[in-house]
Design a protein around this ligand. Structure first.
Ligand code: SF4
Ligand code: MG
Length: 319
């Protein structure tokens, strides 16, 4: 399949405070290259603070990049702003973890879903109402829900509305940022299956962000693993879970409850915490927690390298 979204060495840096008379730089995303293929789900995993939400916001034009190139359907859209960014954003939507905070509580469901159409001056009032009813049915709610408010809904129903709202403008690409993390486990699978059905019916491409490796396994065709602002490994989903290469990925995979793993592996406990993105170690960013760290790791940053078909890793053990 064709690439629909390409991030080429994308960076997002923020100016931090002063420390020892020096301006600090917070490197939230520190040179990420990713290609997302039309129709696939690319999972993006990593612990909180690794920069995965920022990658999602950069990929969907919610945030401008500090450096690098963003390509959408073969077109360079880096730094697009104003009306041209707004019309591009119709194709790319962002679904937030907690629809409670992203949906205006003073609007009825029908108004929430109609709003994107109104803003973009699409259809007359009757046509818009018809599209709202269609969308409610599509996401598994009766059209009578149009008169309700979000506080009258369950968490799962609210996330259905969050997804529905993101689909009103018929986007091609969705960034799903921890879309089920706020939900009970029993409701999670309903929402995940809804997302799978919608993807098939509407030809959607997903960037699926999560810290939950079981959920990512269920949803993804390929998976990218992030650590401190960089991609450390990327592979087809089955290949990544069966043969993780990077020491960080090995630790993440070893922590998945064993009933969901093919073979028993010893649990690898990572020592220490992820360093601050204000203070990323020179050389390999993972060296402070890596049992395989050696001389070269403290001086030379590893680069993402193809080890076999479709499987890339950034670690000196392999190069
Ligand atoms: Fe560990 Fe070195 Fe590989 Fe980094 S480059 S993950 S420190 S072995
Ligand atoms: Mg996040």
């Amino acid at each position: 399949a064709e690439d629909i979204v390409q991030l080429q060495n994308i960076k997002k840096h923020y100016a931090g405070g002063f420390w020892g008379g020096q301006q600090q730089t917070l490197r939230a995303v520190d040179g990420v290259s990713l290609s997302i293929r039309a129709g696939e789900t690319l999972g993006l995993v990593g612990e909180s603070g690794c920069g995965k939400s920022t990658v999602g916001q950069l990929a969907s034009l919610l945030l401008p990049a500090t450096d690098g190139t963003l390509v959408y359907n073969g077109k360079d859209i880096t730094g697009l702003s104003g009306p041209r960014a707004r019309s591009m954003r119709r194709h790319m939507q962002y679904v937030f973890q907690d629809p409670y905070t992203s949906l205006n509580p003073r609007l009825r469901i029908g108004e929430l879903l109609e709003e994107p159409l109104k803003i973009n001056r699409l259809g007359d009032s009757r046509e818009r109402k018809r599209q709202v009813d269609d969308m409610l049915l599509r996401i598994g709610l009766d059209p009578s829900y149009a008169r309700h408010y979000t506080h009258q809904l369950s968490g799962g129903q609210r996330q259905r509305i969050g997804i529905a709202r993101s689909l009103m403008l018929k986007p091609e690409f969705l960034v799903l940022d921890e879309p089920v993390s706020a939900l009970d486990v029993s409701v999670q699978s309903q929402i995940l299956n809804l997302l799978k059905d919608l993807q098939r019916e509407l030809n959607l491409t997903y960037l699926f962000i999560s810290h939950d490796l079981n959920v990512v396994h269920y949803m993804s065709d390929r998976v990218a693993v992030m650590y401190l602002g960089k991609i450390v490994e990327i592979a087809e989903v089955e290949d990544l879970y069966a043969n993780p290469l990077h020491p960080y990925t090995k630790a993440l995979v070893s922590a998945i409850p064993s009933e969901n793993r093919r073979e028993k592996r010893e649990r690898i406990i990572l020592k220490g915490d992820m360093p601050s993105p204000l203070d990323i170690p020179k050389g390999c960013a993972f060296q402070t927690r890596c049992v395989h760290a050696h001389e070269r790791c403290s001086t030379e940053a590893p680069v993402l390298t193809g080890i076999r078909e479709g499987h890339f890793v950034s670690c000196h053990l392999y190069t």
